[in-house]
Design a protein around this ligand. Structure first.
Ligand SMILES: NC(=O)c1ccc[n+]([C@@H]2O[C@H](COP(=O)([O-])OP(=O)(O)OC[C@H]3O[C@@H](n4cnc5c(N)ncnc54)[C@H](OP(=O)(O)O)[C@@H]3O)[C@@H](O)[C@H]2O)c1
Length: 253
């Protein structure tokens, strides 16, 4: 029983997008600590190298870094061409945007959909086409409670992109089940990452907002990472098509 750990990711190779910051970085660190070989990708070279330097190598893991802008189709190709066979894949990169509907411009729609929705769809498709994913692998999408479990004024753009990915995950789960590939999503409430400071909330607004959470605080990136690593692990071997809410109890209300 000494080495019993159904949550282990040892000998698994896992690709994580948006790994230069926040939830993606925390997920990369947790995956490495559970023994995985991690492939990290994002645009910012300095921050991505910083993540690489934080990864555990005690199991002699081989980690890899790929710089790529996921809104460029040739860069999506670059990732798919340069990775080895995956056992896990976390579609996590994304941006926030707050705008009342009357101020939304066509360019805003293109900007946010290209990274939050098109990129995970196109990268997943490319990896499948190139047969870079193992039978029995696990794909996790970072969706959100926003647009799926809550509706907040001014957040239509963001909610639409996350609603689309919430649904895409279910179609993926059904279509890939014959290959024993599982697909699930995590749906966080507010998590303390640089993304939430890109919104319109002042620090006073944030304090008031935190009070709405039964656990009286926002989540931490590592708390989402723990849910993602569970879904990547063999402990979740019969879990597919599930949208896991991680929100300190907010949606209980
Ligand atoms: N924080 C929250 O409250 C919260 C709640 C629910 C869901 N989420 C979701 O969680 C995911 C991670 O967000 P986070 O909070 O960790 O935010 P974050 O700290 O701002 O990280 C976002 C990541 O996405 C990457 N990224 C953005 N645009 C990209 C592009 N065009 N190409 C490649 N990579 C790109 C960024 O890397 P580079 O800038 O280096 O490219 C960064 O690594 C997102 O999908 C977000 O919607 C967050």
């Amino acid at each position: 029983m000494e080495n019993y750990n159904p949550f282990s990711l040892k000998n698994k190779t896992i690709l994580i997008t948006g790994a230069s910051s926040g939830i993606g970085r925390a997920t990369a660190i947790e995956c490495s600590m559970l023994g995985a070989n991690v492939i990290i990708t994002a645009r910012n070279e300095e921050r991505l190298h910083e993540t690489l330097s934080m990864l555990d190598i005690s199991e002699r893991q081989q980690h890899q870094l790929i710089l790529a802008d996921l809104t460029e189709s040739d860069e999506i190709d670059k990732i798919a061409n340069n990775i080895s066979l995956l056992d896990g894949f976390v579609n996590n990169a994304g941006v926030g945007m707050s705008k009342p509907i009357q101020f939304i411009k066509e360019g805003d729609l293109k900007e946010i959909f290209s990274i939050n929705t098109y990129a995970p769809v196109l990268l997943t498709q490319k990896i499948l086409k190139k047969k870079k994913i193992n039978k029995g692998a696990s794909i996790v999408f970072t969706s959100s409670i926003g647009g799926n479990f809550t509706v907040t004024a001014g957040r239509a753009l963001y909610g639409m992109t996350k609603g689309a990915i919430h649904n895409f995950m279910k179609y993926c789960a059904l279509e890939l089940a014959s290959r024993q590939i599982r697909c699930n999503s995590v749906n966080p409430g507010m998590i303390e990452t640089p993304l939430i400071s890109s919104g319109t909330l002042s620090s006073e607004d944030i304090k008031i907002d935190m009070e709405k959470y039964p656990l009286k605080r926002y989540g931490k990136p590592q708390e989402v990472a723990h849910a993602i690593t569970y879904l990547l692990s063999d402990a979740a071997s019969w879990v597919t098509g599930h949208a896991l809410v991680i929100d300190g109890g907010l949606t209980l209300k």
